[in-house]
Ligand binder design. Sequence first.
Ligand code: AMP
Length: 428
Amino acid sequence: MRDLVADEAERLRFIEQKAREVSRLFGYREVITPLVEHYELLAAKVGEDNRKRMYVFDDLGGRKVALRPEFTASIARLVATKMQSFPRPLRLFSVGSLYRYDEPQFGRYREFWQANYELFGSSKPEADAEILALTDSLLEEIGLRGYYFKVGHVGILRSILSHDGIAEDQQNSIMQLLDKKQYEDVLEATKKAGSPKSSLDTLDSLFETKGNDSETVTAEIGEIVKDYPEASKAARNLSEILGLLKAGSVEANFVIEAGFARGLEYYTGMVFEIYASGMDIAVGGGGRYDKLIELFSGGQVPAVGVAPGIDRLSLALQKQESSLSTIEKVVEPENRILVVAVDGSMLGEAFKVASRLRKESIVTVELETMGRSVSKALSDADRRGITHAVIVGSREMKEKKVVLRDMSERTQETIAIEQLLAKFGKQG
Ligand code: AMP
């Protein structure tokens, strides 16, 4: 697990802040769930790969617990219990750290951060479209460029397998193979599970069907699965979702891949991942999962959601350098002031000036705390990009004044404290 230092931490918080703003814009209320939950709850539907990667331990009360590998199970628990009587649709937002014993590599960590948006109670395509539109807003807000959505529909694939009588747990392992793009293995496993050649051919054709013209691609998919009534319905659903986004002028780039599946077991409909230029790993993913709440005895509650990965978005922004300036503006105020006492006797006054500045202004105010001389403190301030120094000396203080030094202009003036506050104040 990593320490996030300075820039890394600030970038993460910047994305978190934007994610929270977007949640408000779209009406998603925040929920905070525990980091540690019963193992059984977290393991129930997370998928074989992630189940094996959970941090599991016995607590002192002898309960088998685990660190959460995702938010969805905890939120599904909430919706099935405490929030069961909340009016629908229920829009929920959460953000925090997750834990998976992944093999650490570029963009893959054992502790990572996600924002999470889930919409419960609607099975309509407009709910799916909203989740995609919201994700697009977030990516725009943080200033990410050159990204695209890879979109599929596991309902189409699962319907074909169900049509051939393949049981759900077998379907789950087939979806995991698909997630890893092991198409040959998928066909082999499907054949073994009893699908006829016609279905294998259908799946094979689907694996080849992709493109970014949503109307053409969804029409092709419809044609390929026309002998499977449920799969045809699912294909129409995908076409409706994409049609809505087009009608709503959501201009993001959607690449439809009929053979695309995601590893988590609970997906039942539209699934998607987000890719950013310069990164070959997904920066976020999501989809529809209509059966998960039922699993927690919460009745039938359709749901669709997205989990943007904050660490990977941060990496993507870092790669797209010019975006960095946007972040710096947000995390660092334009003015950084250093308050220096001329000598020890003025420290109390320096503290007071610094406190008043912080209370009334939107600047960063640091106090010289190393006992350095004014000239040493100033040359250090210069090196660290401090924009202004406020020098607190007894002569000026008698008249309620201080010396204000502009570090870049290398000029200084004696000004009244009230004037200083006005200059850097919120109204200034
Ligand atoms: P998932 O929860 O597997 O659907 O993943 C959703 C998003 O979380 C991914 O697209 C990544 O951005 C992020 N993510 C998943 N696993 C990791 C990890 N080990 N390290 C960093 N980010 C991750």
